[in-house]
Ligand binder design. Structure first.
Ligand code: DAV
Length: 392
């Protein structure tokens, strides 16, 4: 009978960009890179945020006062309100540019998490959808995440995901396999390595997570059409890169692991290597790409441009912020000609203007203590455009 014949539909056939019968642009979920004209965006929320707990994958510390214990439990209402005001400002700016803005649903981040393998006293926040959610063409992928407090961070986005998924049978939805996050998944001594040891080991790309289980945060991924970059980091291991390769390559993508050996605490690619339009990537002068990995860009005449020194030094960042001063380069593209830069980052604004961008600014420094800036605090669900091959 016909039921035993192989299915004619290949995995990669769903809404493939070069099938003229399928106009991708009209799908509810469609985003193939970091810069195409933005149509629909999720902007994070600081509602019910808590301080990130100390756990094997994370050792939060107060800036300039590492001996003082890091606060625990819910953030103050004042800190939540200040961040929410800036997130609302970004949402307003995007709306003024014709973008549909959606927000995460409510979630009690002060609640503990207990699984068969671990227990953690509270969760974190929904300020940075970028860390957990990613649109890969017409498919939504939920990352495994790398930290216990973030195990259930997909939940505030589920209502939106169901809505997109129900709205169109061509919209894909995949959740990556959840790692155990048991003690054995982590290399706890990583946190105590002296600087010399980090320096010695900088080409081994071994951080606080072992290689046995699949681990990745979505924010270690950068999308350039057919080509997908994945940074090996504290939050993404080689098994994570392999899972992404095996999931995405049958769907017509090419996955490239990338490395920045001088970053001794790498986490998330979007303060390090930031594509802003076809042919142009903003680079971090402190974190050069591993030798050889720039070849695909140079071969295709892409320009790598170092950003200027951030306005704030590392010691001047907000006291509870665990990210580096390079949040300055965490810019958000509205289109290949329009970019949003943090209000006080004048040197970077000037560079972007010189590179022919129309530069928009919003204040965002009260969001920094939640671990991100403009790119981190967003998740693009729809950008007008199709999958292009920029690296033939
Ligand atoms: O350079 O400190 C911060 C990115 C957080 N989402 C950095 C990475």
């Amino acid at each position: 009978g016909t039921s035993l014949e192989p299915l004619p539909l290949q995995m990669g056939d769903r809404a493939m960009p070069h099938d003229p019968a399928t106009p991708q642009d009209s799908l509810a979920v469609n985003s193939w890179n970091e810069w195409d004209p933005l149509e629909e965006m999720i902007v994070g929320s600081a509602d019910n945020a808590s301080f990130e707990p100390t756990e094997p994958g994370s050792r939060p510390a107060i800036r300039n006062r590492p001996e003082t214990p890091f606060p625990t439990g819910p953030k103050s209402q004042e800190a939540v309100d200040l961040a929410n005001e800036e997130l609302a400002g970004l949402a307003d700016l995007l709306r003024s540019q014709g973008v549909t803005v959606r927000r995460p649903g409510p979630h009690d981040f002060s609640a503990p998490v207990r699984t068969p393998d671990f227990e953690v006293e509270n969760q974190y926040c929904a300020v940075c959808p970028r860390d957990v959610m990613i649109t890969m063409g017409n498919e939504i992928i939920e990352a495994t995440m790398s930290r216990r407090a973030r195990y259930f961070e997909y939940q505030p986005y589920r209502k939106l995901v169901y809505e997109y998924w129900n709205s169109d049978p061509r919209v894909g939805w995949t959740t990556a396999p959840k790692p155990s996050m048991a003690d054995g998944m982590y290399r706890e001594e990583f946190w105590d390595w002296p600087l010399e040891k980090r320096h010695e080991r900088m080409h081994s790309f071994e951080f606080c997570v072992h290689q046995d289980e699949v681990v990745f945060d979505a924010a270690d991924i950068s999308r350039l059409g057919r080509d997908i970059l994945v940074q090996e980091s504290m939050t993404t291991n080689r098994a994570g890169v392999h899972w992404l390769k095996r999931h995405l390559e049958p769907r017509g993508f090419r996955v490239h692991a990338v490395h920045f050996p001088l970053d001794f605490f790498p986490s998330h690619i979007d303060c390090t290597f930031v594509p802003v339009r076809p042919g142009l990537i903003l680079t971090n002068p402190d974190r050069p790409l591993r030798e050889g990995e720039e070849a695909m860009f140079l071969r295709n005449d892409w320009e790598l441009v170092d950003v200027p020194e951030p306005v704030l030094g590392n010691h001047e960042m907000p006291q509870y912020c665990q990210s580096s001063k390079w949040l300055s380069m965490n810019v958000l593209s509205i289109s290949p000609t329009k970019v949003v830069v943090e209000e006080q980052e004048k040197p970077l604004q000037d560079l972007m203007a010189k590179l022919d961008f129309e530069v928009f600014t919003v204040p965002f420094r009260n969001v920094f203590e939640y671990g991100g800036s403009l790119h981190c605090a967003t998740w693009d669900v729809r950008r007008r455009g199709t999958r292009e091959d920029y690296f033939p």
